[in-house]
Design a protein. Structure first.
Length: 392
């Protein structure tokens, strides 16, 4: 709760190259899709169309309807296209995209599930007919994630997440120099599968594999909009690995490695509030092991930077209060807790504050006790770690 994370948003996009495919040829950027009117006129009784012509006409109609965001009509057009020409992977893929968009617009989860499952079947068919197209596997993977995130049974959810991993693996094999397949793959390993791990050792292995994939993604990323999120994700998974490790030296090493990745991310994307929030949280973790004031001071600096960019982030406010409490600055700690509670309608952070060991030094402080609405027992012990300005 107190440690915000960054992950790449999983979603589906309309692929221009795929949408503009013409009977196995690649479109140029300036290529225009015929309007729906000529397609309708061509299907008059006076004109006899070959199956390929009929299929292409329906495909063109489907693409136009997708551009108009009329996804139900588009799905029907792509269905007719595949009926006229059974071997038509581009139509199957666009049919799948249309179904996903319909699922996102559905008013109930039952309909969403049906649309997403149907979309996955279409991507499967597209991959079967043309197995060397990377975007098909990315779309398929993202659709499986959408299914897994619905309230399905645990076995189905796990199968969807594992299937999504395999599709990313295939995409990376087809395009080994592209960064995004490795990034998506790592996100699934680090955010979806750990809850199914049997123990911390298994979770550590997942985080370790994810970190290696983020490293590959970072090596292949070219633009700041790519490098920034990848390095932030990489740093975040190193922190997660440190949390589940039972070896103190490994914990410290992973936390220090994460600081390097956060720094790299912030240099290319200096306005990403989430990066500074995670960076500050990692420094608090490191400071609790090193007992160095500078780690907590640096944590407060990073968290304040995050709050300059996103002032009402309750997680950053709460972690800043933790940092000040650990630095024995109760006034600043309570001030930020007040802001945190005001920005947290669910009051989850207020509940955490009553038992958080990092805030134990505040217990007995009148303002703190009044803020959380409790009176500590007489003589309650407080947590006051011995801090130093030099390495321990």
């Amino acid at each position: 709760m107190s440690r915000p994370t960054i992950c790449v948003v999983v979603g589906l996009v309309l692929l221009a190259a795929m949408a503009g495919a013409r009977a196995g040829t690649e479109p140029t950027p300036s290529q225009q899709v015929p309007s729906t009117q000529p397609v309708v006129q061509a299907a008059t009784p006076a004109t006899t169309l070959t199956p390929d012509q009929a299929a292409q006409g329906q495909f063109n109609l489907g693409v136009e309807l997708m551009r108009e965001r009329k996804f139900a009509g588009a799905a029907q057009a792509f269905e007719r296209a595949t009926s006229a020409r059974t071997n038509f992977p581009e139509a199957y893929n666009n049919w799948g995209v249309s179904l996903v968009q319909l699922g996102k617009q559905a008013f109930n989860q039952t309909q969403q599930l049906q649309d997403f499952q149907a979309a996955a079947e279409k991507f499967s068919k597209g991959a079967e007919q043309k197995p060397d197209v990377k975007p098909t596997y990315i779309l398929w993977s993202e659709t499986l994630l959408l299914i897994g995130d619905l309230p399905v049974d645990s076995r189905t959810r796990l199968a969807c997440y594992q299937g999504a991993v395999e599709k990313c693996r295939k995409a990376a094999e087809l395009a080994p120099n592209d960064w995004d397949s490795y990034n998506k793959w790592a996100v699934i390993l680090s955010t979806k599968l750990p809850e199914y791990a049997v123990n911390d050792q298994a979770r550590f292995a997942l985080y370790e594999e994810a970190a290696s994939l983020y490293a590959k993604a970072a090596d292949r990323a070219r633009f700041s909009s790519e490098v920034g999120p990848v390095c932030a994700n990489w740093a975040g998974v190193l922190v997660q690995a440190a949390h589940v490790s039972s070896n103190r030296e490994v914990k410290v090493r992973l936390l220090r490695e994460s600081l390097e990745k956060f720094d790299r991310s912030a240099k290319v994307q200096p306005n990403a509030a989430g990066t500074y929030a995670m960076w500050g949280s990692a420094l608090i973790d490191l400071g609790k092991m090193s007992h160095m004031r500078n780690d907590f001071r640096d944590a407060a600096e990073k968290l304040n930077t995050s709050l300059e960019l996103r002032p009402d982030d309750p997680g950053a406010l709460y972690n800043l209060a933790r940092a000040y409490a650990l630095l024995d600055q109760p006034v600043l700690a309570v001030e930020n807790l007040k802001k945190c509670f005001a920005a947290d309608p669910a009051q989850a952070y207020r509940q955490s504050a009553t038992q958080d060991a990092d805030l134990a030094g505040l217990r007995g402080d009148t303002d703190f006790d009044e803020l959380i609405g409790r009176t500590p027992p007489h003589g309650a012990p407080t947590y006051t770690p011995h801090l130093s300005d030099s390495p321990q």
